[in-house]
Design a protein. Structure first.
Length: 277
């Protein structure tokens, strides 16, 4: 299953989700949905009892559910029950909640938006820009962030051409690039900024984003020329691309006398009513 991980928000509550490119549908964490609808103090127990009752009643929706590994509260990937939009509509009927109808409307809107974005990618870009603006980011920073997404996509497309697998192999190569340009692994970088589950790039300054883009764009270009055939060769190229950006970082730090990679994150800027720039 080719998945795109996302966090959806309903009434300020987070719902973990995955987009399946092949089936063109969203899968949502069932316990997250039930938490939103019931505000249960023990949502896992609530779901276990509900699932058991529905199975005894011969409910096919519950029988057909499957599990996916999603990021849990302890920052580990754990298996959890997920349901697509159609399955959720059926499950919601078994959960008494005044939020059921508003949630159904929200669910239909989420599903429709994704189809719209597939048909017209510009819609997705506009929605993403709107989301960042609402959070308080500056237009200058947002433009850099959107460009970084484009650069990243070009890199991952190149990796796929070279036989690199999504998931762990992508993560290893990303780590190699990040260490080479910033001197931090991805996890060290996030720890440096005081982040846990937050997106690292959403917490980079404009200059950090630019250097990260330089590292990834350079890696893409080297890969296109060298045409690596093994994972080790891809890893070497990732280091080379990152090192070029790393050398640029060192020159900037030497000229300015300041560290490029700072401890500041988005909350530092936005809580102070400043903008990332």
């Amino acid at each position: 299953m080719n998945k795109e991980t996302a966090i959806k928000i309903f009434e300020q509550k987070k719902i973990r989700s995955h987009w399946d490119d092949e089936q063109e549908k969203w899968y949502f964490s069932v316990v997250d949905v039930i938490q939103v609808l019931t505000e249960s103090v023990d949502v896992a127990a609530y779901w276990r009892k509900l699932k058991q009752r529905l199975k005894q009643e011969g409910n096919e929706t519950v029988t057909n559910l499957h599990g996916l590994k999603m990021l849990a509260a302890d920052s580990k990937m754990r298996l959890t029950d997920v349901a697509d939009t159609e399955q959720l509509f059926r499950l919601i009927q078994s959960v008494p909640s005044p939020k059921a109808e508003p949630f159904k409307m929200w669910l239909a809107k989420v599903a429709r938006e994704r189809i719209d974005e597939i048909e017209d990618p510009e819609i997705g870009i506009e929605r993403l820009m709107e989301t960042y603006l609402k959070k308080g980011y500056s237009k200058e920073w947002i433009n850099q962030r959107l460009k970084s997404i484009e650069v990243r996509k070009e890199l991952t497309d190149e990796w796929e051409k070279r036989g690199v697998s999504k998931g762990q192999e992508f993560a290893i190569l990303t780590d190699e690039i990040t260490k080479a340009w910033s001197s931090f692994s991805v996890q060290q970088y996030k720890k440096h900024k005081g982040l846990k589950k937050e997106n690292l790039r959403d917490n980079m300054s404009n200059l950090e984003l630019v250097l990260n883009m330089l590292a990834e764009a350079t890696t893409t270009e080297i890969s296109k020329e060298k045409k690596p055939k093994t994972f080790i060769e891809n890893k070497i190229i990732a280091n080379q691309g990152g090192t070029i950006a790393g050398n640029t970082r060192k020159e900037i730090e030497e000229k300015t006398g300041k560290k490029v990679v700072t401890k500041l994150n988005a909350s530092n800027y936005l809580n102070d009513k400043k903008k990332l720039k």
